[in-house]
Write a protein that binds this ligand. Structure first.
Ligand code: ACO
Length: 429
């Protein structure tokens, strides 16, 4: 018997299950044959002990607070690379050479505009719609505008769809913002870098010159890097599950955006800023910390805790540094919410409840204050997350489509409803 197998005793019967090892991280027990051998399923709501796929893209060690993309630590990427290079890395597995980066930039640039008909599609939404509602609808509608790149069996079409998605997402996100605030759409300007172009599409108006502040553009770029991928989180798993049925990539990314919107996931950055605003002043922090600890109160400290990180989220540290840079450049270094956030973090990190449950600030804790200082309203925060995560979703989707073991995702269940019973005519009920 191979020592990498485990023996599991089920009802007096011993079954042998294969153990598979990755490059780093815990081994996994392959339970694919369990039902065949034992007529039993496993039960793991929320997938706390279940690996849903094999992946080469991102690795997280939650206990140590480590995040690697294709092996590179997030700290090094945030410091030395730009978002375009990180996109290339996630999609193709290696950092680009100078020539590869320039070629990739050119190819993306050719796809930054959206079909002109889409602007009319936008104006069908109510003005007061949440921009995430607009994003879910509009990205889903991309397959109605670009049906020449929806054949997932064709590698060329998959590549075009991937480039289109990464290139058009800033344009769509900026259009969602402009529509939200009632200003005219601004077309992309392709001689600008990815982040600067996005800031310009959001904040330029036709009646005056807009000059991108390089400090703010670099901060925007770093925020995009920090959110680019995070292995098999809820929205990425949603993209993979939607894609496992053969759905087209635009529809899959729209499904990911819908999942990201929830306050337990990407919606937490908006919720965290709203919470800081509600707390308002440092003296009210103890009241909110007490509420977060109260089992009878559903309130949670937003931007705190993580399914995987049981240590400081490495992205939160970089985000905190970025926050200082942005507040300084935007002339808001005395932002009262920053004071509340810093004090809240200090109090929570020294509180027994948070220490015992290993609840640390996550990336969303400081991103709200930073994005607000960049000029975005809270309703746009999750849209920016979706924009950044698109490359991760599309890289994971591509990996899944090319995985020879890929099958339609179809979880099983523990049924606890009524057993079989006879229909009773309505007159006798
Ligand atoms: N405030 C107070 N208590 C918390 C918090 C919090 N933010 N987060 C978790 N806890 C407590 C729970 O009440 C639970 O206590 P119990 O064991 O006594 O029942 C324990 O810590 C474990 O929490 P779970 O909800 O079981 O952990 P899970 O891994 O399912 O959830 C999650 C992780 C959703 C992120 C959770 O920590 C949370 O709701 N945080 C606030 C929302 C947030 O910031 N989300 C952003 C996540 S990062 C991202 O998506 C980019």
């Amino acid at each position: 018997m191979c020592e990498k197998n485990v023996l599991v005793a089920v009802d007096g019967q011993t079954v042998e299950l294969k153990v598979r090892s990755g490059t780093i991280g815990p081994d996994v027990v392959d339970i694919g044959s369990l039902y065949k051998q034992t007529k039993m399923f496993t039960y793991d709501p929320g997938f706390t002990s279940t690996a849903s796929c094999e992946s080469k893209i991102t690795y997280i060690d939650g206990d140590e607070g480590v995040l690697l993309h294709r092996g590179y630590p997030i700290e090094q990427l945030a410091e030395h690379a730009d978002f375009l290079e990180v996109c290339y890395l996630l999609l193709y597995g290696e950092l680009p050479t100078k020539a590869q980066k320039s070629d990739f930039g050119d190819r993306l640039t050719r796809h930054t505009m959206v079909h002109e008909q889409m602007s009319r599609f936008f104006t069908g939404y109510r003005r007061d719609a949440h921009p995430m509602a607009v994003m879910v609808g509009t990205v889903g509608a991309l397959s109605a505008f670009y049906h020449d790149s929806t054949d997932i069996t064709d590698p060329h079409q998959r590549m075009i769809a991937s480039l289109r998605m990464v290139a058009k997402m800033p344009t769509i996100a900026a259009m969602a913002y402009k529509y939200h605030v009632g200003q005219p759409f601004i077309y992309p300007q392709n001689d600008l870098d990815y982040a600067s172009n996005f800031l310009r599409m959001c904040f330029a108006v036709p009646c005056e010159e807009y000059v991108v502040n390089p400090v703010l553009a670099r901060a925007m770029d770093r925020i995009l890097i920090l959110h680019a991928d995070h292995e098999q989180n809820a929205s990425t798993s949603t993209v993979r599950l939607a894609g496992s049925s053969g759905a087209n990539p635009f529809a899959c990314i729209a499904a990911g955006i819908a999942c990201l919107w929830g306050p337990a996931h990407g919606g937490a950055n908006e919720a965290a800023l709203n919470m800081l605003a509600e707390i308002g002043t440092v003296d009210r922090i103890p009241e909110y910390v007490a509420r977060a600890k109260d089992k009878n109160d559903p309130f949670r400290l937003m931007g705190f805790g993580h399914r995987v990180y049981k240590n400081y989220d490495p992205r939160a540290k970089i985000m905190q540094k970025t926050m200082y840079e942005v507040l300084d450049a935007a002339g808001h270094s005395d932002d009262p919410l920053m004071k509340v956030a810093l004090e809240l973090e200090k109090i929570a990190l020294s509180d027994k409840y948070f220490i015992e449950k290993k609840l640390y600030p996550n990336v969303d804790f400081y991103s709200g204050i930073t994005l607000r200082a960049l000029g975005f309203p809270a309703t746009m925060f999750t849209v920016l997350f979706a924009l950044a995560r698109t490359v991760g979703w599309i890289a994971q989707w591509n990996e899944m489509i090319q995985d020879p073991d890929q099958r339609i995702g179809r979880p099983r269940q523990l049924y606890t409803g009524e057993a079989k019973r006879e229909h009773v005519p309505i007159s006798q009920r």
